[in-house]
Design a protein around this ligand. Structure first.
Ligand code: AMP
Length: 278
C-alpha cells in the first residue's frame, strides 16, 4: 500500500496505474477515519469489484459547523493505516486541509430543498461541505465506482444527485449499514458515548425495528408508525423522525421498496443517525 498526502501525486499514481493496466477500474472509499467494520465493509466491496482500491481519510473542515466536533473528531491514523493495509487497499490518501482548499474557493451548493431538510436543518450548510469535498476527491481519484454507506442516507442521495446533475462518470454504490450485535449502527462518533448513553442509543435501532415490523404487518400510514416510534424514542432528545421516498420527498404512506425511515437523536451531546430502507 502506498500512502499519499499530495492530491497531485495521488492523481499521478492513479493515472500511471491505469495506463499500466488496460481497462482497469478504480474503486474509491472516502472516509473521515477512525475506521470500523462499516468502513471495512465498504473497502471489502471495493476490493471485490475493482482492480485498484483507493481510500481517503480526511476530516473535512468545510462540512463541520462552527460549534461542532471538528477539533475533537477521533483520530486513529496508525490503526487506520494497518486496517487499510490488511484490507488490500492500494493507495491511501491522507491530505491536510491546506492541500485540499485554497483561501478563495469556488462554492458548491447542496440543493435548496433536499439539501436543507433533516440533516440539512440540524446542520445547515453541512451538505455544501460534503458535496464540495466529494467533488474534489472524485476529480483527484477519478474512480469508476465509489462506495457510500446507507447509514448516511441523505448524504448518499445528495452525492448520487450531484453525480447525475453534473453528468459525472462515477457509479455510486450503496452499502448496507453495519451494526453491533445489539443493533447499534456503527459510527466513529459512538466512541463519544459513555456506558449509560450507549444503552440509551439502542432505542434508535429499536424504534426502527418496530417500524419495520409494523410495515411488515401491514401498517403503512406514517402517522401510525410515527406514534409507535415516539413511544420508544421519547426519553431521548429527538432531532427528527422522517418518512421519505428514495428521492427524499416526504411520504404520508409507506411505499414498499421505495421508502426510508430516518431518525436523528442527541444522546448527551452526541448526534446519532440511523435509518431503515423499506
Ligand atoms: P465517515 O468516516 O463517517 O465519513 O464515513 C465514511 C463512509 O462510511 C460513509 O459513506 C458512511 O456512510 C460509511 N459508513 C459509516 N458508518 C457505516 C456503517 N455503520 N455501515 C456502513 N457504512 C458506514
Amino acid at each position: 500500500m502506498r500512502v499519499f498526502d499530495s492530491p497531485h501525486q495521488l492523481k499521478e499514481a492513479v493515472n500511471k496505474a491505469k495506463k499500466r493496466q488496460n481497462e482497469c477500474s478504480v474503486g474509491f472509499v472516502p472516509t473521515m477515519g477512525a475506521l470500523h467494520q462499516g468502513h471495512i465493509e465498504l473497502i471489502r466491496k471495493a476490493r471485490e469489484q475493482n482492480d485498484i482500491v483507493v481510500v481517503s481519510i480526511f476530516v473535512n473542515p468545510t462540512q463541520f459547523l462552527k460549534n461542532e466536533d471538528l477539533e475533537k473528531y477521533p483520530n486513529k491514523m496508525e490503526a487506520d493505516k494497518k486496517i487499510c493495509e490488511v484490507s488490500g487497499v492500494d493507495f491511501l490518501f491522507c491530505p491536510t486541509a491546506k492541500e485540499m482548499y485554497e483561501k478563495d474557493e469556488i462554492r458548491i451548493h447542496a440543493p435548496n430543498i433536499r439539501g436543507y431538510i433533516l440533516e440539512g436543518t440540524s446542520r445547515p450548510g453541512h451538505f455544501n461541505g460534503v458535496l464540495s469535498v466529494v467533488m474534489k476527491l472524485f476529480h483527484i481519484v477519478t474512480p469508476v465506482n465509489a462506495y457510500f454507506g446507507k447509514k448516511d442516507a441523505q448524504q448518499l442521495f445528495l452525492i448520487s444527485l450531484m453525480v447525475k446533475q453534473m453528468f459525472m462518470d462515477v457509479n455510486i454504490i450503496a452499502v448496507e449499514t453495519k451494526r453491533d450485535s445489539d443493533g447499534l449502527a456503527l459510527s466513529s462518533r459512538n466512541s463519544y458515548l459513555d456506558q449509560f448513553e450507549r444503552k440509551q442509543a439502542l432505542k434508535v435501532s429499536e424504534s426502527l425495528r418496530k417500524a419495520s415490523n409494523l410495515v411488515a404487518s401491514g401498517t403503512l400510514y406514517v402517522s401510525e408508525i410515527h406514534k409507535e416510534m415516539l413511544l420508544i424514542l421519547e426519553p431521548l432528545e429527538i432531532a427528527y423522525i422522517a418518512f421519505v421516498d428514495r428521492e427524499f420527498h416526504a411520504l404520508e404512506k409507506i411505499e414498499l421498496k421505495n421508502s426510508i425511515i430516518l431518525v436523528e437523536v442527541l444522546v448527551g451531546t452526541t448526534r446519532l443517525l440511523d435509518n431503515i430502507w423499506l
